[in-house]
Design a protein around this ligand. Structure first.
Ligand SMILES: Cc1cc2nc3c(=O)[nH]c(=O)nc-3n(C[C@H](O)[C@H](O)[C@H](O)COP(=O)(O)OP(=O)(O)OC[C@H]3O[C@@H](n4cnc5c(N)ncnc54)[C@H](O)[C@@H]3O)c2cc1C
Length: 407
């Protein structure tokens, strides 16, 4: 029997696993994604010239350390199918989806990824992944879509590619469990006045990160042009009763100001307007804000945009009302970035039901059930940033240690 099973391998799960394994407890991490790592696995470092403490590297470095030390048992692509708890013995049945690359044969040589002609069809493990084994995305891979390609299989020196892999089931048992299933980015399409999904040059902060990590700089989706005038709109899909979430996600002000900095570091000619409802960086002496206030081509201004309209050449006009004198201002930008918050993932409800826990009004699992060995950590519990989620994972580990009476 394992000591603790952690469901969710994001910052909270990694923080918990690190604390537990350092104390000599055996830990398994179950994650339903190909590589685990949570949201940060998709994010990029915001400190090109110097560290801005965005904390994206924190859980990723910790996961790398644990993986290389063999400190955890990892179950990526695994879904919890059933749970049975009898006298603090927690039994779980998992279903593990096929990754079409055999874990026990792959030597991480990268040859399969190098020969693949289709972007995203076979994915190499990113830094901070739970496993060093690539993953084949069946919906893109030409072996599955046209039955004509075997390039990755031919290139593999250890015969690790297995197109016929099937889902398999396995059982785990532990004395305690930590639920750390996290959150997903808010979809801003519900905020119709922002024109997301209508105007190609209105993108989310996550998309801005993906474009920047792919091309090394920000480009407009409509024409690949390098934008010189960019609006970064805070609270997109957050703190609203219409088509979004009602609460503050806590990380987006801190994060948005760091995105502005990372964009500016890549292109110092860029003019950036950071438009906020109110600043909630939760950092009284924020270096990032001091930095933004010093830069003459970074404007920080308050005002909730009323709507965004298309203009000539793919540009966008942002209309907003000044909170001070009610004046209406229109300003044209080449690109608009909507800085989105987070919301509980839909699977959170399923996980809560497996463990007979209830959700709060927003869909968070606000409380576990320590008497039955069930603990909750990170942003599936309440809005949290990376640093807080990682620390909350460690706090859950400490609670387990005292509950299990480990000395
Ligand atoms: C666009 C965006 C940008 C952000 N930028 C920053 C930033 O720069 N700095 C910062 O501090 N914070 C940032 N955040 C917030 C940060 O991502 C979160 O605070 C952090 O990821 C929370 O960690 P977590 O472990 O609670 O959850 P997550 O990171 O969401 O990880 C949860 C993990 O659980 C897995 N999982 C979910 N459900 C199940 C299930 N049923 N079974 C098995 N596994 C499951 C998921 O696959 C995932 O790997 C950003 C968030 C977003 C959306």
């Amino acid at each position: 029997m394992i000591d603790v099973i952690i469901v969710g391998g994001g910052p909270a799960g990694v923080g918990a696993a690190e604390a537990l394994s350092k104390l000599g407890l055996s830990v398994a991490i179950v994650d339903n994604s190909p590589f685990g790592g949570g949201v940060p696995i998709e994010l990029s470092c915001k400190g090109e010239s110097e560290c801005t403490k965005c904390h994206v590297c924190m859980p990723r470095d910790a996961a790398e350390r644990m993986r290389s030390e063999g400190a955890i048992d990892a179950y990526p692509m695994a879904k919890v199918r059933s749970v049975n708890i009898i006298d603090n013995n927690i039994e779980m049945e998992l279903e593990i989806a096929p990754r079409y690359v055999r874990v026990n044969k792959c030597i991480d040589c990268g040859k399969c990824v190098a020969v693949c002609p289709i972007e995203g069809a076979i994915i190499a493990p990113p830094h901070g992944a739970m496993t060093r084994v690539p993953y084949i995305a069946k919906e893109l891979c030409a072996h599955f879509t046209s039955k004509k390609c075997n390039l990755c299989s031919d290139a593999c020196p250890t015969d690790a590619i297995k197109y016929r892999e099937r889902p398999r089931k396995t059982k785990l048992a532990a004395r305690a469990v930590i639920l750390a299933t996290g959150q997903e980015p808010v979809d801003p399409s519900g905020s119709l006045h922002y024109g997301y999904g209508v105007f190609p040059n209105v993108i989310t902060s996550l998309e801005a990160e993906r474009i920047t990590s792919r091309y090394g700089e920000l480009k407009r989706p409509s024409d690949g042009k390098r934008p010189e005038k960019v609006a970064l709109i805070q609270c997109a899909g957050s703190r609203t009763t219409k088509g979004g979430v009602e609460y503050c996600s806590k990380f987006c002000c801190k994060y948005g100001i760091r995105i502005a900095r990372a964009l500016f570091d890549r292109n110092p000619e860029m003019n950036i307007s950071f438009i906020y409802m109110d600043l909630r960086t939760f950092e009284p002496r924020s270096e990032a804000i001091k930095w933004a206030r010093r830069k003459k081509n970074v404007a920080i201004s308050q005002g909730v945009p009323g709507y965004i309209q298309g203009a000539e050449g793919g540009n966008l006009v942002v209309r907003r009302t000044s909170p001070f004198d009610g004046a209406i201002e229109d300003e044209e930008f080449e690109l608009v970035i909507l800085n989105i918050g987070g919301r509980p993932r839909p699977e959170t409800k399923v996980i809560a039901e497996h463990f007979s826990l209830s959700l709060d009004e927003h869909g968070f699992i606000s409380r576990g059930d320590p008497n039955r060995g069930i603990f909750v950590a990170g942003s599936c519990k309440a809005p949290m940033d990376i640093e807080e989620s990682y620390a909350d994972g460690k706090a859950a580990a400490i609670s387990i240690i005292s509950a299990l009476g480990v000395k």
